[in-house]
Design a protein around this ligand. Structure first.
Ligand SMILES: Cc1ncc(COP(=O)(O)O)c(C=O)c1O
Length: 400
């Protein structure tokens, strides 16, 4: 294996500072390769990756099936434009209809990221007008749906929007309580957007019964229930999609991240009559659903299915919770999330120094907010990696 260490990774922080847009903080390390649940930096230092590119690398790094799928497809045909289809595109659309439970009436729109999937869903919501009567779109405080203008409008974080106003109008943010749902939903609402677990807010679970009540109210008032599964989807929470834990059927879901295993892909999946809202020419994307990314996604989802990784996410998630409980640390107040999307709640706002201490011990985790450490390891995680996590995170906790 040749490491991409030279020429020129030396002084990379300065090069990053000079060449990259100032939208990003200086990165923590320069990573040059990965294998399984581990990555290496340019100095050959090894890290246990318990973030997986923020819930993206479902199969870990350089998984042989992923490598084979990309290599095979890029050598065959990588891109065809929307004037043509390709076998992997249709295979993926049909696969997604199956694993999302969208069934025969379901339809899939492909794009390239989570934000784009939510942009498509935003436009879908605008089509649910009921002859102009439905003008309101609801979303939750503290939610995160992406950084493009429509996704910003949907996101419940005003500070993120402030410098970029005006964003598309008509979106109201409500509190994440059943009472707030009951108060806000009526026949003037076109759609309700929500995350089943608010990942970027700090891995915050929905209150018990919230999703079912949302489904009841949306059905009663003709409101589209649109679930953002960008972070929670593709098996991460121990179900193919997190809404499935609650036994409800949404009207649409948005997905990205973990279905691509590292290649950029997003999708909007619709259910039932919602599948008939878009008509020809109303939306599109040059790259969306191209053969390279869809072949890769077929391989990722195929391995998740073949190797029982959805069940592994559930089981390993439980084991991780047991490990966190074993630390018996007064710094840890609670563990949130589901499956392999875990938020470790801290008594004090020390998530940033704790994540830095973990990195110094060769462990990648992240501070989802100032008092939450987020864990989102690859779905392939096993006994060895869990033991390694226990050792390294234990050292990080002790070093604080
Ligand atoms: C729930 C959710 N929706 C949307 C997005 C945006 O996805 P992307 O960064 O691919 O645009 C994210 C990204 O973190 C997310 O967690």
């Amino acid at each position: 294996m040749t490491d991409q260490t030279s020429p020129g990774t030396e002084h990379w922080q300065e090069r990053f500072g000079a060449a990259m847009m100032r939208t990003l903080a200086t990165p923590l390390a320069m990573l040059v390769r990965g294998e399984g649940c581990y990555v290496w930096d340019e100095n050959g230092r090894k890290y246990l990756d318990f973030l997986a590119g923020i819930a993206v690398n479902s199969l870990g790094h350089a998984h042989p099936d992923l490598v084979a799928a990309v290599t095979e497809q890029v050598g065959r045909i990588a891109h065809v434009s929307n004037y043509f289809s390709s076998p992997p595109q249709l295979e993926l659309a049909e696969r997604l209809k199956r694993i999302t439970g969208a069934g025969d009436a379901g339809r899939v729109y492909f794009c390239n990221s989570g934000a784009e999937a939510n942009e498509a869903a935003f436009k879908l919501a605008r089509l649910n007008t009921a002859g102009g009567k439905r003008t309101r779109i609801l979303s939750l405080h503290e939610s995160f749906h992406g950084r493009t203008m429509g996704a910003l409008a949907l996101s419940g974080k005003p500070a993120m929007r402030r410098a970029f106003l005006p964003v598309p109008g008509g979106v109201e943010h409500i509190h994440t309580t059943i009472e707030a749902l009951e108060e806000a939903i009526d026949d003037s609402v076109a759609a309700l957007f929500l995350e089943p677990v608010k990942g970027e807010a700090g891995v915050i679970d929905l209150p018990a019964g919230f999703l079912r009540r949302a489904r009841e109210l949306c059905t009663r008032h003709g409101v589209l229930l649109i679930i953002d599964e960008v972070q929670t989807g593709a098996g991460r929470t121990g179900a193919w999609f997190a809404f499935q834990h609650d036994g409800i059927t949404p009207d649409a879901i948005t997905i990205a991240k973990g279905i691509g295993g590292g290649l950029p892909i997003g999708a909007l999946v619709t259910y039932g009559a919602t599948s008939e809202l878009f008509s020809r020419g109303q939306h599109g994307s040059t790259y969306g659903g191209n053969p390279l990314v869809t072949a890769t996604s077929n391989a990722v989802l195929g391995v998740i299915e073949r190797d029982g990784l959805v069940a592994n996410a559930a089981r390993r998630g439980e084991q991780l919770r047991e490990i966190v409980a074993r630390f018996a640390s007064p710094r840890i107040t609670e563990v949130r999330g589901r499956g392999l999307l875990i938020g470790i709640g801290l008594a004090e706002p020390v998530a940033l120094p704790l994540a830095a201490a973990a990195l110094a011990e060769g462990l990648i985790v992240n501070a989802a907010n100032e008092s939450t450490i987020r864990l989102a390891p690859p779905l392939i995680v096993g006994d060895t990696e869990l033991a390694d996590f226990e050792y390294r995170f234990g050292l990080a906790l002790a070093s604080l």
